[in-house]
Design a protein around this ligand. Sequence first.
Ligand code: ADP
Ligand code: MG
Length: 669
Amino acid sequence: METIEDLFYYVPRAYMDWSEVSEVDRLRVGDRVTVIVKVLSSELSRRRGGRTVFMAALEDDTGAIFARWYNQPYLKASLKNGSKIVLSGEVRFDRHARRKEFINPAFELMGEKDVAELVHAGRIVPEYSQVGDLSGKRIRRFMKTALDHHLDEVTEPLPAWVVKKRSLPARMDAFCDVHFAPSLEIAGRARMRLAYEEFFLFQVVVAARRKRLTAREASFKGYAWDSTEHERFLASLPFGLTAAQERVISEIRTDIEGPRTMNRLLQGDVGSGKTVVAAAAMHQAAIAGFQAVIMAPTEILAEQHYASISSLLGVLGDRVVLLRGGMKARERAEALESISSGAAAVVVGTHALIQKGIEFHRLGLVIVDEQHRFGVVQRAALREKGLSPDVLVMTATPIPRTLSLTVYGDLDTSVIDELPPGRTPVTTAVRDESSRKRVYDFLRAQVESGRQVFIVYPLVEESDKIELAAATKMYEELREKVFPDISMGLVHGRMKPEEKGAVMSSFTSGATGILISTTVVEVGVDIPNATVMVIEHSERFGLAQLHQLRGRVGRGEHRSYCILMIGRGASDEARERIQVLADTNDGFVIAERDLKLRGPGEFMGVKQHGIPKFAVADLATDMQLLVSAREDAFALLEMDGALEEPESRAVVEAIGRRFKGRGALIDVG
Ligand code: ADP
Ligand code: MG
C-alpha cells in the first residue's frame, strides 16, 4: 500500500450486521443484536492453564445481562464500572449460571459519541483480513480515521456520462460506504461501483490495445477468400465439417477479407477439430501468396501438427515446412532459406523457434495453438518486426467469459461448441491407492485387447527433479514388476527432442502399449487408439488441466476411460474438486468451477497473462458488470480514440495509478 487510495481499496471481506439495537429485557437466546448498556460490576479470574475470564454485569433502563470475554484480561482496564458501552453479539444461555450472556461480544466505549460515529459495534461493522501484524480490528479503526481525514482527496476518474448512464454512486461516497455502510444494500452498491470502475479502467486499456492491433498496415491489406480453392480443400477431407467448424471458418473469412487485422481467439473443447479450421485458413493464405505459420507450445505437438497439416495441405500443393529443435545445421539452414525465399507456404514449429529471428518472405497469417500463454507480448514482438499479420489464437482449455474478456479482451472470439459426430464421452472415475491393483488389471485388459494407455505423472515446478525421479521410478517398477510383458515408454520434458520424438512415434505407431509421461502430453496429442488416461496425484492439477489431459483419449471409435488417482495425503476438499471431472464432460462448466475454486491467477497457470489484480472486482462472479464496463470503455474509444479530451485524460491517469506494476500490461497510448 502506498497511497491513501490503495488503503481505501482494502475493502472488507465481510460485514457483520450489528445495526439492530434492542433493550435488555427484550433479549432472547439466539438474537444477534446490539445493546447500549452501562457496566455495573466486573471481575477478572484466571483459570487453570492460564486462561482468563473477564466477566461483566451490564444494565440498561430495562434490565441486566452478563457478558464474558475469554483471554482478554486488558478489558479490566477499559471497561470500568459506570462506563457506557455499545455491545454487539449473540445472546447465549449459560446452563451453569442459568442466565443469558454474551460471549466474546464486540463492543465500543460510547462516551460522548453519537451512534453514527461507532466503529466496532452497534452498526454494520466491516470485517477485514489481517495484514501482517495488523489485526482486523486495528485496520477498522485506522480505516475510519483515514476516511475521516482524507476522503476529500479522492478524485473521480469516470467520465460524467458513464456515472449517469449506470447510475453509479460518486466515488467518494463509494469509498465511504464500502467500509462503513449505513445498510448492507448501500455497501453492495458501493462495492459494485468500485468494481465497475476497475473493470472500466482495464477495458479502456483493452479497447486501446485492440484499436492499435486491428489497424491494418499499408503493406498488408488482407486478401480475398478463394471459394473454389476452399471447396477443393473441403473435398480433400475424409469427413464433412461440423456446423460449428463451418461457422468459425466463415468468421475467419470475414476477418481475412475485412478492413481490420484479424485478432481472433478460437475456443473449442479438446477434440472439437480446431486443426482443420486452422488448415483451411492457412490454405487461403497460401493461395493468396502469403505465408502462414502455426506455432505449438511443445516439440511433440509441432511434429504432430506437421504430420497432419502436411497431409491436409500437401495434397493441395502447399509447401509445408517444419522447424524443430535439434535440427542439423544444414537442415535448419535449408528450412530458413525456404521461409525467407517464400518457397515455404506454411511453417510449423514451436513458439520458441519461430520467435527466434526468422525472416519471412511475406507473412500473412499466424496461428497459435493450444496457448494461454501467447498473448500481448508475442503479438507486440511480431509487430516490432514490422509484421502485422492476421492472428488466430486457438485454445483448448475453455476460458470462462470474464477471463477471456480480460486476458483476451482485445480479440474477437469464435467458439466451436460441437464435437464431431460419433464420439462417446470418456468415462471418468476417481480412485485411490486401495484400488491400484484393480486399476492395473484394467490397464492390462485394455492393452491385451489392442488398446493403448497413458499414465501421467504431475510435475510441480519447484520440485520437478524429485517428481521426475518419481516418474522414472514408477516407470521402472511397472516395467519390471507389473507389466514385464507389455512394451512401455517414458517421456518427459528433460529429454532431447529426438529422444522424445522416438518415444512418441513408437506410441503413435502402436508399438508401445503404455506411455508414462510427465505433463508434456498435456496438449494436442492425437492418438485415436489410446483409450485410457491414468492421472497420478490428480489432486495436484487444476481442473481445466485435468480436462485437457482427459481429452487425449476418446478420440477414436473405442470406448475410453479416464482414471483420476488420488494420492494418500489428499484432502476431502481435493477429492470433491476432482469429483467435478467425473460429473461432467463440459469444458466450459469445468472452467467456471475451476475459476471459482482457484481464482484467476491460478486458473491461467502463470502470472504473466496480463490479468490485473483487481481489489474489488471479481472475475469469478461479476460477469454482468464486466460486460457493461466493457461496452462503455469501447464507446469511449469510439468517441475519443486518442484519449485526449480532459475526461479521457483523467481516465488514463487513473489507469496508471490503479494498475501500475500490478501484472497488467498497460500502455494505453
Ligand atoms: P482439437 O480441437 O483438440 O485440436 P483436432 O483438430 O486435433 O482437435 O481434431 C481431433 C480429431 O477429430 C482429429 O483426429 C480430426 O481429424 C478429427 N476431426 C476434426 N473435425 C472432424 C469432423 N468434422 N468430423 C470428423 N472428425 C473430425
Ligand atoms: Mg489441437
